[in-house]
Structure formats: structure tokens, C-alpha cells
Design a protein around this ligand. Sequence first.
Ligand code: ATP
Ligand code: MG
Length: 264
Amino acid sequence: MSEVPVLEVRGLTLRYGGLSALEGVDLAVAPRALDALIGPNGAGKTSLFNLVSGFARPQAGEIRFCGTRIEGLKPSARAALGLARTFQNLRLFAEMSALETVLTGMHARLRASPLAILARGPRFRREERAALEEARALLDFVGLSGVELRRAGELSYGERRRLEIARALASRPKLLLLDEPAAGMNPAETAALGRLLGEIRARGIALLLVEHDMSLVMRLCEKVAVLNFGRRIFEGSPEAARREPCVLEAYLGVGEAAPARAAP
Ligand SMILES: Nc1ncnc2c1ncn2[C@@H]1O[C@H](COP(=O)(O)OP(=O)(O)OP(=O)(O)O)[C@@H](O)[C@H]1O
Ligand SMILES: [Mg+2]
């Protein structure tokens, strides 16, 4: 790979007492890639996202974002560099409108608060007007144009997952980490999500997707890394992953069917 990876981790290790959540994990995401990170429950997928986004500190290992070491940076500083994530358990403020929620995703770039922008007070300037337009465009992009003034808590589960993605995109990331975006979605919502992820990639944003829905991974991704008990046991195409004995064993025991949709 001649291009500098947007994300590169080496030897990443995170232990909780005697338990290795991650042990010496290497992983790279190329610019404009749409890669998947899979593995059984408790394999360490969310832990890896927490380390990369700065919500936890590794005991060992290196994390490079577009070639720069970032282990010492706070989550906000990593976000400012162009790293965004969503959460396995949604983290939205129920009382905030969809529009306000997306505006909060821009806060690192803006001087006025989301409330000042919505109130259109004396501090409402060209910058804030542009932010409001951009937030509306993002809601439209994720398929939520009709609900901008609804409270996040009133939205359906699938809509809230899309709202989290819109908020993450508001920071104008180079890399988006998505932790089980299809969890709790019905098949139609999952199909629409798959299209949305393709469109995000088409905007030049790299994606790393943690997902239990293997049919979605097969459809979208060229490369998949598999974690099991904190170790990377496989990296390659999703088709090869489904045939790989150590992957089958990790999910179900040797000789059984390929990884299927599992409970989130
Ligand atoms: N804050 C914590 N304290 C102690 N142990 C933790 C903590 N967070 C995670 N773990 C443990 O680390 C391991 C990896 O957890 P992690 O949440 O990264 O798995 P995961 O692959 O995201 O699983 P799932 O598919 O269920 O979301 C698990 O054994 C988990 O119990
Ligand atoms: Mg997880």
C-alpha cells in the first residue's frame, strides 16, 4: 500500500486486570476504504474503537492517524484531526432536536453554541447560517429531512442511529468508526443503511464498521479483520473469512456454518 493509511494501529494492548480486551493487535485502514471489524461478543471490537477515539488508553501499542501518532491526544483533539465515531449504545440527548444534535457535532469548528444558532440571536452570523444549512443538508443526506425539529427521544431506533451518523459527519471526518450501526434495524432499514454507508464512502470518507450482520459486511466490504479474545485471528476478504477454519471455530465451533447474524 503506497498511500499513508488513514488509521494504523500496531501492537495495541488493553488489559482490564487479568483480562486481555486486546492483545498486540495490528490493523490498517486505507484512505477511502470501507473495512469491517468483526468477532464474537466480547472479542474486543468496541475496546479497539475506544482506544482509537481516545476513550481508553492502551497499555502498549501505537495508533497513527494519517501518519501522526495520536495516543497522547484527548478525544476532542482526535475529533478535530478528522476522527469520528458512533456508539454501540446510542449516546443522544433525548430532549435535543435532531437539528440541534447535528449542530453539536460541529461544535469543535464553530464559535457560537448550537442554541445561539437556533435562536438566531444577535450573534447569528454568516458562519452560523452556514452551519444551519450544513446541518439540514446532513439530515437530508442520512434520510432525516422531515424530522429536524423532533426531539431525538421521539425518533425511532433506526432514525436515532442515522442521527448519530449525521452528528458524526458534522465534524467533517476523514475516518468514521461505526459500532454496530445496523443493530436493532429491520431488513429495510439495514438495506437503506448499506446504501448510506456507500454514499459516505463516495464522499471520500474512510469507514471502519463493527457489525454482526455478515450479509451487510459481505455486501459492502472488501476487507475484514476478525478479533477473538482480543487477538486479530484473520484479515482478508469477507468471503475468505467465512471459509477460514479459525474464524468458524471462533464463532461456532469447527466445521459448522459461517458466522451469521448474532445478537448485538
Ligand atoms: N470497562 C471495562 N472493565 C472491565 N472489562 C471490560 C471493560 N470494557 C470491556 N471489558 C471486557 O473486555 C472484553 C472486550 O469487550 P468489548 O466491549 O471490546 O467487546 P466487543 O467485541 O465490542 O463485544 P460485543 O460484540 O458484545 O459488543 C470483554 O471481555 C469485556 O467484558
Ligand atoms: Mg462492542
